[in-house]
Design a binder for this molecule. Structure first.
Ligand SMILES: Nc1ncnc2c1ncn2[C@@H]1O[C@H](COP(=O)(O)OP(=O)(O)OP(=O)(O)O)[C@@H](O)[C@H]1O
Length: 307
């Protein structure tokens, strides 16, 4: 369990993290979401004591990071910045980490197998592809068999096979009862991976809820209809007790409506339909709405659209 309490980080005039409080439960994947610049990496660095909070605190199983003996046995992390010396082989990198945390050397081969890098373990990591580099970072994070794992944007730049592998791995780590905390700026990716969500914008907490709640609150289905006889159709819908919302393009929307019932009704009344299409509001849209006020960088066109 990770507990973040009133965590704040300022860089000069920039408030990167602003009185953030939340807990990360064990046994599930928790997605840490926010637009670029929201403060996700800064928060994760503070969880690992790589950055000092301006105020507030983080506790890991009730302790501060610096109170942990051999921290790799408690918490493993894959951060965005590569911490691997490019001239070192994958195996030597892991051996060096293992020795500095009193982890048995036999564990190095185990993690190399787990991430599928055994065959290339004696190659210099400087020549690794992005995907291999991510696998090596994940091997390092798993070295101490920690109960808590942090991943900062782990699928960035990976191909579909790599993305699927990371997704499956994170879920299985959580199923083993670990705390898995993973940052992303992509709602669609998190919808497939995370069970719980912590959403931030401009360093502040925007939402802390289960993925099921996020989906049920934010994704609704509706039917979009267009007709050259809008008045007749509105009349027919009202007569059948179906409420509709007009759209700016002259069409209508029926929330949770049944397209077959609307189609039959229109046919019975001799009303022509030019569109009858079931739609689903996407989670990505809901996420963008939630974080709209806290997006750090925007194009001029995007800013204009809002006004
Ligand atoms: N070392 C630093 N010095 C000055 N400002 C910083 C530093 N690190 C981060 N910031 C600023 O703090 C804010 C939060 O940055 P952070 O990298 O934590 O966001 P993020 O949510 O991880 O974004 P991204 O998805 O783009 O990595 C940004 O405005 C960033 O410019």
């Amino acid at each position: 369990m990770i507990e973040v309490h009133e965590l704040t980080k300022r860089y000069g005039d920039t408030v990167a993290v602003d009185r953030l409080s939340f807990q990360v439960p064990q046994g599930v994947v928790t997605g840490f979401l926010g637009p670029n610049g929201a403060g996700k990496s800064t928060t994760m660095r503070m969880m690992l004591d790589l950055d000092r909070p301006t105020s507030g605190s983080v506790s890991i199983d009730g302790k501060q990071y610096r109170q942990l003996n051999e921290p790799l046995k408690y918490i493993g992390a894959l951060l965005e910045a590569k911490a691997v010396h490019p001239g070192r082989t994958a195996r030597n990198h892991l051996l060096w980490l293992a020795q500095s945390n009193r982890i048995p050397v036999s564990r190095v081969n185990e993690v190399l197998d787990l991430v599928g890098l055994r065959e290339v373990a004696s190659r210099r990591s400087g020549g690794f592809s992005l995907g291999m580099g991510q696998r090596l970072g994940i091997a390092a994070a798993m070295l101490g068999d920690p109960r808590i794992m942090l991943f900062d944007e782990p699928v960035n730049g990976l191909d579909p096979e790599g993305i699927l592998w990371v997704r499956t791995l994170m879920k299985s780590l959580a199923q083993e009862g670990r705390t898995v905390f993973v940052s992303s700026h992509l709602m669609s990716e998190m919808a497939l991976t995370a069970h719980h969500l912590v959403v931030i914008g401009r360093g502040r907490l925007l939402a802390n809820l289960s993925m099921n709640d996020f989906i049920s609150q934010n994704s609704h289905s509706f039917v979009r209809i267009r007709t050259p006889q809008p008045e007749a159709l509105l009349d027919a819908l009202a007569g059948a007790g179906i409420s509709s919302t007009p759209l700016s393009d002259g069409g209508f929307e029926i929330v949770d409506g049944d397209p077959a019932a609307v189609g039959d009704l229109a046919r019975d009344r001799g009303i022509a339909l030019h569109e009858l299409s079931p739609q689903r509001a996407s989670l990505e849209e809901a996420f963008m709405q939630m974080t709209a006020d806290s997006v750090e960088y925007r194009t001029g066109a995007e800013q204009k659209k809002e006004h």
